[in-house]
Design a protein around this ligand. Structure first.
Ligand code: ATR
Length: 301
């Protein structure tokens, strides 16, 4: 069968008879680690599947996804910039995908496309695997875009003491506070917004934070969202600084290290969100067959 222009041949289900075909869709996608992560899970759980990369053109996600599923594709992970397109594409959304406003996992069942978001659960599991107790902790979340929104629900579910959302444009942080106000109240979490500049003022930032998550896009261009004055205010040696970008020590991580804080990049979150997607596709009964921390160790080695 012929493939539309935006479908990478390595994901065309027609080429892999006898195997269930999955793919990660993004643009750009060449450097995605998702294929190797899922290959490890498939080996651990003895699953016959192929997982490739798909690079739809920027405005062609729906057409590429439609062709992929029509050709027999079973499921898809979605990364930048298509998570909102994926949400619109799904016929049935999980409640956490609705709350996250984005979808990172699609699959087909009984002719319908289901959409979920495993990013927040992946972050929470990676934090807990690294020994961070979220319950009753003081959390600062930097950023108010899709990456930030995707993790707020799962963080609130763990009942931290407070969650401060700080963004360059405060209006977007205010919107997220409104959106998650009911969930925060039900979990007894003090949910507040700040501008990034307000973080310089210790009277409006009354606590050092146990956990500071960088969910801004600043790490991608080697900038930190925190000014030097804000970083001094925010980190203490007992802080844990989590950078969603992976594979490099970013300016944000350097600021935290200078104050003696612990740091992590986002590779563990990537592996954990992939583990949840794998189980959604292949069956929760495989949870005991896969070992996400072993996969993470292999990626780091
Ligand atoms: P994503 O889906 O990756 O979250 P996004 O929705 O475009 O992408 O959001 C990017 C986030 O990074 C936003 O919070 C943005 O701040 P603004 O809302 O004020 O634009 C933030 N961001 C991007 N570059 C930044 C930088 N250099 N410093 C601080 N924040 C930055």
């Amino acid at each position: 069968m012929s493939s539309p222009k935006s479908v990478d041949l390595h994901t065309d289900p027609g080429l892999f008879s006898g195997l269930d075909v999955y793919a990660v869709a993004g643009n750009p996608i060449a450097h995605s680690k998702s294929p190797v992560i899922h290959q490890h899970f498939a080996e651990q759980a003895s699953q016959k599947m192929h997982y490739g990369r798909l690079q739809p053109e920027i405005y062609s996600f729906a057409a590429a996804a439609k062709s992929f599923f029509a050709a027999g594709g079973k499921g898809m992970n979605i990364t930048v910039p298509f998570k909102l397109d994926a949400q619109a594409f799904a016929d049935v959304l999980s409640s956490r995908a609705k709350l996250a406003g984005a979808v990172n996992t699609l699959w087909i069942k009984a002719g319908k496309v289901f959409g979920d978001n495993t990013d927040g659960a992946g972050l929470v599991r990676d934090l807990s695997a690294q020994g961070l107790a979220i319950h009753q902790s003081r959390i600062l979340l930097l950023g108010a875009g899709g990456a930030a929104r995707g993790v707020i629900g799962p963080l609130l579910e763990q009942s931290p003491k407070c969650l401060v959302i700080a963004n360059r444009s405060t209006a977007k942080a205010d919107e997220l506070v409104k959106l998650f106000a009911d969930l925060a109240a039900s979990k007894e979490v003090a949910l507040e917004s700040r501008s990034l500049l307000e973080l310089e003022d210790s009277s409006t930032t009354p606590y050092p934070f146990d956990l500071v998550i960088n969910a801004t896009a600043a790490g991608l261009v080697d900038e930190s969202p925190l000014t030097p004055a804000a970083a001094i205010n925010i980190f203490v040696p007992s802080s844990f600084a989590y950078e969603m970008v992976y594979g490099k020590s970013t300016a944000f991580m350097q600021q935290a290290l200078q104050k003696g804080a612990r740091v992590s990049d986002g590779l563990g979150m990537l592996v954990e969100q992939a583990a949840d997607a794998f189980l959604l596709w292949r069956g929760e009964d495989l949870a005991t067959a896969i070992d996400s921390r072993a996969v993470l160790a292999k990626l780091r080695s």
